[in-house]
Design a protein around this ligand. Structure first.
Ligand SMILES: Cc1cc2nc3c(=O)[nH]c(=O)nc-3n(C[C@H](O)[C@H](O)[C@H](O)COP(=O)(O)OP(=O)(O)OC[C@H]3O[C@@H](n4cnc5c(N)ncnc54)[C@H](O)[C@@H]3O)c2cc1C
Length: 469
C-alpha cells in the first residue's frame, strides 16, 4: 500500500513536493490475475521498489521505521538515522502469527503442497476428518471457507467429513447478514459442518508432526460463556488453520493492545495531526489488498487536502473511509471441479471472492501493467454472486497502550473482540439504514399508487377514460 500511496501522492501533490519512501525490502512481490481463469492467479512476479520510487520521483530510504516523533516531525529508523517529514503515511502491514501449533498453517508465501497430500489421503480413505480453522484476528477469513468448500467438493462420495471452526459468531458476519446466509447455504450444500463462535485451542503445547491427527479444545469465542471445566474436546485426522495477525507496535503512534495503529474514520492516526495510516497495519476487523489500496488513496487525498488547505479534488481523491467492495461468489462447484480435476497438483482454493488475488491499487496496478507486458489488466469475468459493500469500522479507543507497555494475551483478545464488535455494529447500522430506505421507498410507492388511482378515478368521472369490458 506504501507504493500505491507514493504514486498517488505524486499524482495528487504535483512535482514540487518532496517524497521519501522508507522501505526495507528491495522488491515488491505480487501475483497478477490470470486472464485465463477465475481461480488461478499467475505465478508470483517481482518489481524493484527503487524503480517505483524513482518513477514517483521519491528518495528511497532502504531502512525500517522504529519510532515516530511527531513533535519533531521525524521518523527514527532501525539504522539510527532520522527522516524528516511534514506529513507521514504509515503502511507497515500486519505480522502473521501461528495461532495453533498443531496441523498445517495456510498462509500466503507458504508451501501449499500439503493440500495435495490431504486430498490424496481423503481419496485413499486414509483421512476421514479434516478441520479448517479461522482463529480470532484472522482479519480475512475467506480462505478458510474456500479451503473447506474445496475439501468438501473433493471429498464428495468418500467417508471424509470436513468441519469449519471459526471464532466468528456467524460465518463471514463481518460482511453482513446476506453474506452469512449465502456462505452458510454453500457450506451446507457441500456438506461442511460449521462450528461458529468458538476459539480453537491446542490441547497440548507440544509441537507435533503437522501430518498427524490433532486434538483441540473448543472454547466459546465469548469468554463469559466458558463452561465449567473449559471447552469441549474434539479430534481430527488433519487440521489446516489460518494465522492470526498482530500489528506493527510502532513506537510514537497510538497502537492498540494487538499492536495495530488506531485511526479515525478519515484514516488519520488517533491523537495525531500529521500522521495517517492505511492497509494491514490499522486497527480494523477486515483486511484485503484492494481495500488497503483504497485506504492508501484516501489517506493521500486527506494529506493533499491538509497541505492545500482545501478538501482536494473530491472526484479523483476521495478522503472518505473506503468500504470493502467485491463479490461473494456462489455456485462455483462445477467450474472449480472442471478446472481442478482429481489429481491436479496444487489445486486452486480461490472460489468465493472476486476479484481474486492481490489487487494492487489503481495507481500501482496501472504502473506494473505498463512495465510488464505479460501482466494483463483485464480481469477474468466473475460469475454469479452477491455484491458486497461492507463498511469497515475504524475509530479511536481508550485507554492507550503505548509501545513497550506490557500487553497480555487477555488484553489482545479483548481488543480483537472489541474491533469485531464495532465491525458488527457498523454492519448492523448499515443493514438497518438499508431497511429504513426500503421502507421509505415502499411508502412512496404506495403513495404514488394511491395518487395514480385517484387521478384515474377523476379522469373516469369526467369521461376521459372508460372501463375496459
Ligand atoms: C491470511 C491472509 C490471507 C489474505 N489473503 C488475501 C487475498 O487472497 N487477497 C487479498 O487481496 N488480500 C489478502 N490478504 C490481505 C493482504 O495481504 C493485505 O491486505 C495486504 O498485503 C496489506 O498490504 P500492506 O501494504 O498494508 O501490508 P504488506 O503487504 O504487509 O506490506 C507492508 C510493507 O511494509 C514494510 N514494513 C514493515 N515494517 C516496516 C517498518 N517498520 N518500516 C518500514 N517498512 C516496513 C514491509 O517490508 C512491507 O513491504 C490476506 C491477509 C491475510 C492475513
Amino acid at each position: 500500500m506504501g507504493l500505491e500511496a507514493l504514486l498517488a501522492a505524486r499524482a495528487a501533490l504535483g512535482a514540487s513536493v518532496e517524497l521519501r519512501l522508507i522501505a526495507p525490502d528491495r522488491e515488491f512481490r505480487h501475483r497478477p490475475m490470470s486472464a485465463a481463469s477465475l481461480f488461478r492467479p499467475a505465478p508470483e512476479r517481482g518489481v524493484s521498489i527503487a524503480e517505483i520510487a524513482g518513477h514517483a520521483g521519491a528518495d528511497p530510504v532502504a531502512d525500517s521505521a522504529v519510532a515516530v516523533y511527531e513533535v519533531e516531525r521525524q521518523v527514527l529508523t532501525r539504522d539510527g538515522d532520522t527522516v524528516d517529514f511534514d506529513f507521514l503515511l504509515l503502511a507497515l502491514g500486519a505480522r502473521s502469527r501461528r495461532a495453533l501449533r498443531q496441523g498445517h498453517l495456510w498462509q500466503r508465501g507458504g508451501d501449499p503442497s500439503f493440500l495435495d497430500q490431504i486430498i490424496s489421503g481423503i481419496l485413499a480413505g486414509e483421512v476421514r476428518s479434516v478441520a479448517v480453522a479461522a482463529p480470532r484476528g484472522a482479519r480475512w477469513p475467506v480462505p478458510a471457507y474456500e479451503l473447506a468448500l474445496v475439501l468438501a467438493w473433493t471429498a464428495a462420495g468418500t467417508e471424509a467429513r470436513v468441519t469449519l471452526i471459526t471464532a466468528e459468531e456467524h460465518p463471514l458476519a463481518a460482511l453482513g447478514a446476506e453474506a452469512t446466509d449465502l456462505v452458510a447455504r454453500e457450506l451446507e450444500a457441500a456438506g461442511v459442518t460449521v462450528m461458529g463462535g468458538v476459539e480453537p485451542i491446542d490441547e497440548s503445547r507440544d509441537d507435533a508432526d503437522p501430518a498427524e491427527p490433532v486434538r483441540l479444545v473448543l472454547a466459546p469465542a465469548d469468554p463469559t460463556e466458558m463452561p465449567i471445566g473449559g471447552g469441549s474436546r474434539v479430534g481430527f485426522d488433519r487440521l489446516i488453520s489460518l494465522p492470526t495477525v498482530d500489528g506493527p507496535f510502532l513506537a510514537g503512534v497510538k497502537t492498540d493492545a494487538a499492536g495495530f495503529i488506531e485511526v479515525d474514520e478519515g484514516l488519520k492516526v488517533c491523537a495525531s495531526e500529521r500522521v495517517w495510516a492505511a492497509g494491514g497495519c490499522i486497527a480494523a476487523a477486515l483486511e484485503l489488498s484492494a481495500l488497503g489500496a483504497l485506504q492508501a488513496d484516501a489517506a493521500i487525498g486527506a494529506i493533499a487536502a491538509a497541505i492545500t488547505g482545501t478538501e482536494g479534488d473530491g472526484a479523483a481523491w476521495s478522503s472518505a473511509a473506503p468500504e470493502l467492495t467485491g463479490m461473494l461468489l456462489s455456485d462455483q462447484r462445477e467450474q472449480w471441479l472442471s478446472e481442478n480435476p482429481a489429481g491436479t497438483p496444487q489445486p486452486s482454493t480461490r472460489c468465493l471472492w472476486w476479484p481474486p488475488g492481490r489487487a494492487v491499487g489503481r495507481m500501482l496496478a496501472q504502473q506494473i501493467a505498463a512495465w510488464d507486458p505479460s501482466v494483463h489488466q483485464a480481469l477474468p469475468d466473475h460469475t454469479t454472486g452477491l455484491p458486497i459493500h461492507a463498511p469497515v469500522a475504524l475509530g479511536c479507543s481508550e485507554p492507550t497502550v503505548g509501545a513497550g507497555a506490557e500487553v497480555t494475551a487477555v488484553d489482545r483478545t479483548a481488543r480483537l473482540r472489541d474491533i469485531e464488535q464495532r465491525q458488527l455494529m457498523a454492519i448492523t447500522r448499515r443493514e438497518h439504514a438499508a431497511d429504513a430506505e426500503l421502507r421509505a421507498l415502499d411508502a412512496r410507492l404506495q403513495t404514488l399508487k394511491a395518487h395514480q388511482k385517484a387521478v384515474i378515478g377523476e379522469l373516469q368521472q369526467h369521461g376521459y377514460l372508460t372501463h375496459r369490458a
